[in-house]
Design a protein around this ligand. Structure first.
Ligand code: A3P
Length: 286
């Protein structure tokens, strides 16, 4: 593996550090380390997990909608939540917002729904139910490239692909991240649900029903599923005032196969060689 943590290391900003074989943003090391120490899952707790740029935001919006079902006589408006908050504000990412003795904020207390990009070996042993979302690596790298162009600084695509293939990108290597959760979902299907972005796009109703069933959340039929999907749709989230104003980088095309518009045959071959074959061996994505 090339040990140059390249994607976010432009001008020495946002360096990465290797932990348990994965590259973590160095500024997150302390909170990542304190997650296993401070999180003791209760029965109903749910942890969403993902590499970056694989559909996290969509999964957050759907899971929030499912787990905040209004009770009868309840005036709570689940739609208002999703419409007026970026999904990342509704579902805290532990390594970014973790409890610390200095801030004295314990995000574990009020919420049963959390998210992390941390790889499986860095999760607390007592992690509650886990829903993991993964995506074809070719679309992931394109999504990542656009995201870093918007959020950090423009990067030539060749360089982004090189970094992705080397594994030295935030929470990389991608293949290892995906493979570990995939294998865990096979070992403990009642505790870990493995969701593919492509499956969600192809049959979103089935995707929502699968997540709901795993979470033990009864749905009131197709009408409710359709409403959740409408509420959490890319178009709607992208167009909401809160997201358009400050979070537009999280919402782009949302297309399966968008990589065909960008990757050369040589880049595609490189991705297949360094990332694809490992996933292909598990029957994933190729
Ligand atoms: P593209 O860059 O291919 O468009 P993450 O949420 O993990 O950062 O992933 C971002 C990707 O998910 C982006 O893909 C983004 O457009 C897509 N996305 C965001 N919200 C979505 C939604 N509600 N439905 C489907 N895709 C969504």
């Amino acid at each position: 593996m090339n040990n140059d943590p390249c994607i976010t290391n432009q001008k020495r900003k946002n360096p990465l550090t290797l932990r348990e074989g994965f590259w973590l943003p160095t500024f997150l090391l302390n909170s990542a380390a304190s997650f296993p120490q401070n999180f003791h899952a209760r029965e109903d707790d749910v942890v969403l997990t993902s590499p970056i740029k694989t559909g996290t935001t969509w999964l957050m919006a759907i899971s929030h909608s499912l787990l905040h079902k209004p009770k009868s006589n309840d005036t709570y408006n689940a739609d208002a939540d999703v419409l007026t908050n970026n999904p990342h504000s509704l579902v805290p990412t532990v390594e970014f917002e973790l409890w610390s003795p200095t801030t004295n904020v314990n995000i574990f207390d009020p919420t049963p729904l959390l998210h992390t990009h941390l790889p499986l070996p860095l999760l607390p042993a007592s992690a509650a139910k886990i829903v993991y979302i993964a995506r074809n690596p070719r679309d992931t790298v394109i999504s990542m490239w656009h995201f870093f162009n918007a959020m950090i600084q423009p990067l030539p695509l060749e360089r982004a692909v090189e970094c992705f293939c080397s594994g030295a990108h935030p929470f990389g290597p991608f293949a290892g991240h995906v493979a570990e959760y995939w294998l865990e979902s096979r070992r403990r299907p009642e505790t870990v649900l493995f969701v593919k972005y492509e499956d969600m796009k192809r049959d979103p109703k089935m995707g929502v029903l699968r997540i709901a069933e795993f979470l033990g959340r009864a749905v009131a039929g197709t009408g409710e599923v359709e409403e959740i999907l409408w509420r959490c749709s890319l178009e709607r989230l992208k167009g909401s005032e809160v997201n358009a104003a400050a979070h537009s980088a999280y919402f782009r095309e949302g297309e399966v196969g968008d990589w065909r518009n960008y990757l050369t045959a040589e880049m595609e071959e490189g991705i297949h060689r360094s990332v694809g074959v490992k996933l292909e061996a598990l029957g994933l994505f190729f």
